[in-house]
Design a protein around this ligand. Structure first.
Ligand code: S3P
Length: 455
């Protein structure tokens, strides 16, 4: 889907964003493997989360009716409204999921391969869960997911005792689950997906499992297990977990701060004041706000409540700040791993250069984001280049032009936001990919006042 973006319209208003896809994955897994009842609100209708729910329904007989009902409900809602263009799903608008779990020991062999779609989180986290289930599962994904590295998760699960085969390091992934033994594991790349896969496997292993990371990554798995009373010990970037069967969970998934980041950036670039409510403010996810403040913007954050260990609150952008370039280094990169596209969009309008250094992980996301950002920003009339593990974005503004997000949701959304502050109109291709993480992205932008139309 191609969208024409006409710059100049200021944004205003208060809005919420769909639930967090990372948190939704963890809570869905914990609910489907619980022994007892769970009730989850605010699960987003994003394609990735629907992939996760569908895969879980195939291996969890007791949770299947609830998971199927939820998936049918969100599909009807999304498709009925025409997806990202019109859908009005904000935070908490989706149907509620109710499941009655029989426990992790009751997982059943799937009748077919499990299709994880575009979702790396579904594939890697489920591999951790299925590593302890005494049957064979085959995990497949779309073309983009099939290009992403899977040995990073297969290797520690094998060390714990599971039979895990990749296809030349990639999906399809065959998991022959069984009895696991705890390990101490230091991943070679900081990755919340790898850490979470090992911790979820550790919940069903004999003896303790420890993950030692070289840099902090998002900690939603740890917070949820802790909130449910699980045996988890966190010491900086060293996390130790022991066997635990949870008894069910209840909560509303916080709005996705990574989705909020696009709207906040849109407000910053158009010197507008907006408010985003009900959004997750976990510090391992909100570092984007610190980087943006370093660039000169001002965002007020107010934490209002804690839900299953996750801080939730409101973000407000105040008008009128001139942006300056910055450097994001390898140490802070894991904390803004999904925000590099939108930071690059902001950087294109800043004074001076912005560097993303040691950002090689971005080459193995939903697409090669370093290359995609450099090409896309140049398409919008800017100057940007990628080399090795680095991306540099020259500031100074964008004349406007055309950019293609391919099948990468965050690239398409970043280009649309960058174009909002162009000197002239732009066109962005691949906009339908926004549904992967932020269904209703275009509708939300329009509601705030942005001038966008189908091209
Ligand atoms: C995620 C972790 C990150 C992130 C992805 C979601 C998660 O991936 O990019 O969008 O839910 O754990 P890595 O752990 O591979 O960096």
């Amino acid at each position: 889907m191609r969208v024409r973006v006409i710059p100049g319209a200021p944004l205003s208003g208060s809005i919420s964003v769909p639930g967090d896809k990372s948190i939704a994955h963890r809570w869905l897994i914990l609910a489907a493997t619980a022994r007892g009842r769970s009730r989850l609100a605010g699960l987003p209708p994003s394609l990735d989360v629907r992939s996760g729910a569908r895969c879980l329904a195939h291996v969890s007989l007791e949770a299947r009716p609830g998971l199927d009902a939820w998936t049918r409900g969100v599909a009807a809602e999304a498709e009925g409204h025409g997806f990202t263009w019109n859908i009005r799903s904000g935070h908490g608008a989706s149907p509620i999921l109710e499941v009655e779990g029989e426990g992790r020991d009751a997982l059943r062999a799937p009748e077919a391969s499990l299709d994880c779609g575009n979702a790396g989180t579904t594939m890697r986290l489920l591999a951790g869960v299925l590593a302890a289930a005494p049957f064979r599962s085959v995990l497949v994904g779309d073309e983009s997911l099939t290009r992403r590295p899977m040995e990073r998760v297969a290797e520690p699960l094998r060390a714990m005792g599971a039979g895990v085969r990749t296809t030349d390091g990639h999906a399809p992934l065959t998991v022959d689950g069984g009895n696991l033994t705890g390990i101490t594991f230091a991943p070679s790349v900081p990755s919340a997906q790898v850490k979470s896969a090992v911790l979820l496997a550790g919940l069903a292993a004999e003896g303790p499992t420890t993950v030692v990371e070289s840099a902090a990554t998002r900690d939603h798995t740890e917070r949820a297990i802790q909130a449910l009373g699980g045996p988890i010990d966190i010491d900086g970037t060293k996390t130790t977990i022991a066997r635990f069967q949870n008894g069910g969970l209840e909560g509303t998934v916080p709005g996705d701060v990574s989705s909020a980041a696009f709207l906040l950036a849109g407000a910053i670039l158009t010197s507008s004041a907006i408010e985003i409510t009900g959004v997750g403010l976990n510090p391992t996810r909100s570092h984007f706000l610190d980087v943006v403040e370093r660039m000169g913007a001002s965002i007020e954050r107010v934490t209002e409540e804690q839900v299953l260990g996750e801080p939730v609150g409101t973000l407000r952008v105040r008008t009128g700040s001139e942006l300056r370039g910055t450097t994001v280094d390898a140490r802070e990169l894991p904390l803004v791993i999904d925000e590099v596209p939108i930071l690059a969009a902001l950087a294109a309008h800043a004074r001076g250069e912005t560097w993303f250094v040691g950002a090689g992980e971005l080459r193995v996301k939903e697409s090669d984001r370093l290359r995609g950002l450099a090409v896309g920003l140049r398409g919008l009339g800017g100057h940007a280049g990628d080399e090795g593990n680095d991306l540099v974005v020259a500031g100074g503004g964008l004349p406007g032009g055309r950019a293609d997000g391919g099948t990468d949701h965050r690239l398409a959304m970043a280009f649309a936001i960058a174009a909002l502050a162009g000197e002239g109109p732009s066109e962005v291709d691949g906009m339908e990919a926004a549904d992967v993480s932020f269904p209703g992205f275009l509708a939300a932008l329009r509601r705030l006042g942005a001038d966008l139309e189908p091209a």
